[in-house]
Design a protein around this ligand. Structure first.
Ligand SMILES: *Cc1c(COP(=O)(O)O)cnc(C)c1O
Length: 405
């Protein structure tokens, strides 16, 4: 392994490329991929020492793997956290934090503007184990405060939220959490550390679906948790036992993805902002939700804690006859020809989806309405194709509503 030490105080762009470089004695420039399930020992005594924990080192890739570790260390450096534990998916990461750190009777206060599957995790599984969740409006600090009880262990949110780009004040929520001896968890999937570093704003734990922008090209599933060493020891203990381990191959893909993270996030942001501004001027578009728009209710707050607004925007459509319903949204989507009709996001390929019947399809009707997921809402995760080509495709969507062409 290389003995050259990385200089201190490197910027995020540099860390994404240089932190935790994994170099073997072969001195390959690109990170090595350790595609192995287990590791061997010099002799029986060494095997015993590894298992007893008296000697550190690799045993089995469910526990540790050098490629996975390199990804973990790089992401920890990017987030400004002490340690990172990688998982097989974003949901596995979220579930692991709850399973490792909570017990029956514990309580979570959570934003209601959440990735749909996180709602299902709350309702169907956590409640079954006696863990109660109170949902609040993401930016109403009074609701967060009022919902806390003596049993509250975590405050949980995504900011900006998907698909409505609502933004929460991370520093203020960290203060509220800590005043009640709870911890603040931020799902930083939409911004990534290239645009926002929640731990530096006071959050205790950051969650990632690496499947999205960390990969960046829609290839692999993965997740991660970043935070203090003591908390991560609990999370790691659960991973080692429960086994939703990130594969070394996927970790290697994510390492390559991270190298272009800053570049991509700023390009996604620029494309999304331009498209949001353009969409807003079009007939058939009722509202555009994107925090980069200066009159968006969360614009100033987003500016204060993000260095870009990300690639996800959403908008509400209304057809020429005045109908603003699911049918109008589906017609818009079906009239496009370039963008991909898929619920994934964080890809160089632009994607379009109808949240009400896909990502949030399993969320109860009442909860969907309260979270602002209307029937005529469309989400676009803006990729890196040419802006004019994206506009032309949105124009096809508008033609599906009876406008133009
Ligand atoms: C996709 C996503 C998840 C879940 O990640 P998976 O890798 O699909 O398990 C969690 N949170 C947010 C905000 C997401 O977009």
């Amino acid at each position: 392994m290389s003995k050259r030490q990385l200089p201190e105080n490197l910027g995020v762009e540099t860390l994404a490329i240089r932190a935790a470089e994994l170099r073997t004695d072969e001195m390959s420039h690109s990170e090595a991929l350790f595609l192995t399930s287990s590791f061997v020992y010099e002799n029986a005594a060494q095997a015993a020492a590894r298992f007893a924990g008296t000697e550190s080192g690799n045993i089995y890739s469910r526990f540790t793997n050098p490629t996975v570790r390199s990804f973990e260390q790089r992401l920890a450096a990017l987030e400004g956290g002490e340690q990172c534990v990688a998982f097989a998916s974003g949901m596995a990461a979220i579930n692991a934090v709850f399973m490792a750190c909570l017990k029956p009777g514990d309580h979570i206060v959570s934003s209601r503007s959440l990735f749909g599957t996180t709602h299902v995790l709350y309702d169907k599984y956590l409640r079954k184990f006696g863990i109660d969740v109170t949902l609040v409006d993401i930016n109403d600090l009074g609701q967060w405060r009022a919902a806390m009880t003596a049993r509250t262990r975590f405050l949980f949110l995504e900011t900006p939220s998907n698909p409505l780009a609502e933004v929460a004040d991370i520093a203020a929520l960290a203060d509220i959490a800590h005043a009640g001896e709870a911890q603040l968890i931020v799902d930083n999937c939409l911004c990534t550390p290239a645009l926002q570093r929640p731990l530096l704003l006071g959050a205790d734990i950051v969650i990632h679906s690496a499947t999205k922008y960390l990969d960046g090209q829609g290839r692999c599933l993965g997740g991660a948790v970043v935070g203090r060493a003591a908390d991560m020891a609990e999370v790691y203990g659960y991973l080692r036992t429960a086994g939703a381990t990130l594969s070394a191959f996927n970790a290697w893909v994510f390492l390559k993805g991270l190298e272009t993270l800053s570049l991509r996030m700023h390009a996604h942001s620029a494309n999304a902002l331009a498209l949001a501004k353009w969409l807003r001027e079009q007939p058939g578009i009722d509202r555009v939700h994107y925090a980069g728009l200066t009159d968006h209710p969360y614009h100033q707050l987003a500016l204060s804690q993000q260095s870009g607004f990300g690639g996800v925007l959403s908008f509400e459509v209304r057809d020429r006859a005045g109908k603003a319903d699911r049918d109008a949204a589906w017609r818009f989507i079906d009239a496009t020809r370039l963008v991909s009709i898929t619920a994934n996001l964080g890809d160089v390929k632009t994607t379009i989806t109808h949240p009400g019947t896909t990502t949030h399809g399993r969320v109860a009707e009442e909860e969907k309405r309260r979270a602002g997921i209307s029937d005529n809402l469309i989400r676009v995760a803006v990729g890196l194709e040419g802006l004019e080509d994206l506009k032309a495709d949105m124009r096809r969507g508008l033609a599906g509503l009876g406008f133009g062409e």
